[in-house]
Write a protein that binds this ligand. Structure first.
Ligand SMILES: [Zn+2]
Length: 66
């Protein structure tokens, strides 16, 4: 179990999303989509959504590592 930064536990992957000067947030796929949608509504306030990597290419937080 890992915790999404939106405040709930998830049993799937939580990934590290770099959001610039504010650092990183840990996010589940569902909230990744919401975050991108939110940022798309404020294109002048945030860096372009196009500049974010796809969820699938984000680093898995606490992922299994050898
Ligand atoms: Zn979430």
């Amino acid at each position: 179990m890992t915790t999404c930064d939106y405040g709930h536990e998830v049993d799937t992957d939580v990934r590290t999303l770099p959001i610039g000067v504010d650092g990183n947030i840990l996010i589940c796929e569902n909230h990744y989509k919401k975050e991108m949608k939110f940022r798309r509504s404020y294109p002048r306030s945030f860096k372009s959504v196009r500049d974010f990597p796809k969820f699938a290419s984000l680093k898995i937080y606490g992922g299994k590592q050898s």
